[in-house]
Design a protein around this ligand. Structure first.
Ligand SMILES: Nc1ncnc2c1ncn2[C@@H]1O[C@H](COP(=O)(O)OP(=O)(O)OP(=O)(O)O)[C@@H](O)[C@H]1O
Ligand SMILES: [Mg+2]
Length: 244
């Protein structure tokens, strides 16, 4: 399982995510969704990914989350090669180390807003009052009004669902947050608050962030911006404008 130190802390500069020569060809397609993608993320790094629709951004995040496997190449999270892990071990790795906000939020329809966040804590052994305290803290952090906490996902707006998905992604204090268009459905004020929250987690907890965005302003929150085109990395540029 994840090679964490006894303290649960990772050393500074430690590699959180490594993709080496990753290709992805979907069975139903004759064109690679990803083509020779290599990328390294260290502890405390915040990387934005930009690129046209269909350039492979969501595919990339899905491979990192272990939802799917590359056709070739290797994905390692917390030093652990994903292809060596079975479904149960991947779930454990996700529960302990990853916070994922997908484009479609994936909230559980039969659970309330609060329960959707709470279920994320069971797999890491946090239950009862402590779980409730943490869930409340996460929902407050994303500015979701308490009046909505006992509602079901279909009873709240898309932007509110997006914030619940965000709370669920951060509640277990992951080492790496994967966020696919996390502000896509939000007004500017709410979107900026969530970006500020990501930045705060990144600075205070050294949480690594891999964020897909179409928004130039959102991308400036990253230390680096990776531009993708046709499944390949076109450029990888630091915030200071230095090509990496
Ligand atoms: N499950 C799938 N089966 C077959 N092809 C797929 C599948 N998912 C994605 N693709 C294809 O792979 C390519 C990359 O898709 P992907 O969803 O990664 O793009 P994206 O950069 O996230 O786009 P967007 O900005 O629209 O979300 C596209 O050509 C898409 O049609
Ligand atoms: Mg996408």
């Amino acid at each position: 399982m994840p090679t964490k130190r006894a303290s649960g802390e990772l050393a500074a500069g430690e590699v959180i995510l490594e993709l080496k020569g990753v290709y992805k060809l979907y069975r139903t397609s004759d064109r690679h969704a990803l083509s020779n993608v290599s990328l390294t993320l260290r502890r405390g790094e915040f990387v934005s990914i930009m690129g046209p629709s269909g350039s492979g951004k969501t595919t990339l995040l899905g491979l990192v989350a272990g939802y799917d496997d590359p056709s070739a190449g290797e994905v390692a999270v917390m030093g652990q090669a994903m292809h060596e892990l079975g479904d149960r071990q991947r779930s454990l790795l996700r529960a302990h180390d990853l916070g994922v906000v997908t484009q479609s939020y994936n909230l559980l329809a039969r659970l309330t807003v609060e329960e959707n966040v709470l279920v994320r804590l069971g797999p890491v052994g946090i239950r009862g009052k402590e779980a409730q305290r943490r869930a409340a803290e996460a929902l407050d952090a994303v500015d979701l009004p308490r009046a909505l906490w006992q509602r079901y996902p279909e009873e709240i707006s898309g932007g509110e669902q997006q914030r619940v998905a965000f709370a669920r992604a951060l509640v277990a204090e992951p080492s790496l947050i994967l966020a696919d268009e996390p502000t896509g459905n939000l007004d500017t004020v709410t979107g900026t608050r969530l970006l500020d929250l990501l930045r705060r987690l990144n600075i205070e907890r050294q949480t690594a962030v891999l964020m897909v965005t179409h928004d130039n302003y959102a991308a400036t929150y990253g230390h680096r911006t990776v531009h993708m085109r046709d499944g390949a990395i076109e450029s990888d540029i630091s915030a200071a404008g230095v090509a990496l």
